[in-house]
Design a protein. Structure first.
Length: 226
């Protein structure tokens, strides 16, 4: 009976020792994993510090294609009103054969930059992530007369004439030229240039360029409307 009790006691101590040893091994394993994880993170950070991932910038040809895709960038709209005087047969006998009208012209002018004209030589991409671009000069895209808002305000014809049937047509043609001229004098091209620069700068920065330098091209004198 005494020997059985002794055997039982020894067996119990062995079980307790085994459980204690297993617990110690688990604790050591978890501590090792927790120690390795931060060291792996630190190693990754050190590697990124000394071997950073390079930023790839588009080359000049790619930039030209991207900007050209914007095509005709309409960046300014101008509404203008002009009073046009058209007359014929004036002079000594104007009261008899003359014809004179006042035409109130309302027109819309749309200006912008034709980015399809951009050439590869107009774009310089620098290794530091900056880009220099020469934008085409702004131009008038549309100068049109609003026929619904334009009208003959007054017309005076001589006592012996029914008036010139082409006089109003001539007044409308002159009005389109005056609307274009008035918009240019009012600064529509400068506004178109400024708005186009802001738009293109934002577009290029979306391509990850850190600095955008925009150079204004020499304006080309506008071609008078026929």
């Amino acid at each position: 009976m005494s020997r059985s009790w002794s055997n039982f006691l020894v067996l119990g101590l062995l079980v307790i020792a085994a459980l204690t040893g297993w617990g110690i091994l688990n604790a050591i394993r978890e501590a090792s994993q927790q120690a390795v994880a931060p060291s792996v993170g630190i190693a990754t950070q050190v590697q990124q510090l000394f071997n950073p991932t390079p930023t790839i910038y588009p080359d000049s040809v790619t930039v030209v294609k991207q900007v050209r895709s914007l095509a005709r960038l309409e960046s300014a709209q101008y509404t203008i009103e002009k009073v046009i005087t058209a007359e014929t047969g004036q002079g000594t006998l104007g009261s008899l054969f003359g014809d004179r009208l006042l035409f109130v012209a309302h027109g819309d002018v749309i200006a912008g930059v034709d980015l399809s004209k951009l050439q590869p030589s107009d774009v310089v991409v620098n290794p530091d992530g900056s880009v220099t671009i020469i934008l085409p000069a702004p131009e008038i895209f549309v100068a049109s007369l609003d026929n619904q808002k334009s009208y003959v305000y007054d017309r005076q014809t001589g006592l012996l004439t029914k008036g010139d049937t082409n006089l109003e047509t001539l007044a409308r043609q002159a009005a389109e030229n005056e609307i274009r001229k008035g918009a240019i004098e009012g600064g529509v091209l400068n506004l178109a240039q400024s708005n186009a620069e802001n738009f293109v700068e934002k577009f290029l920065r979306s391509l990850r360029f850190t600095e955008v330098v925009i150079v204004r091209a020499t304006p080309v004198p506008p071609t008078p409307a026929p």
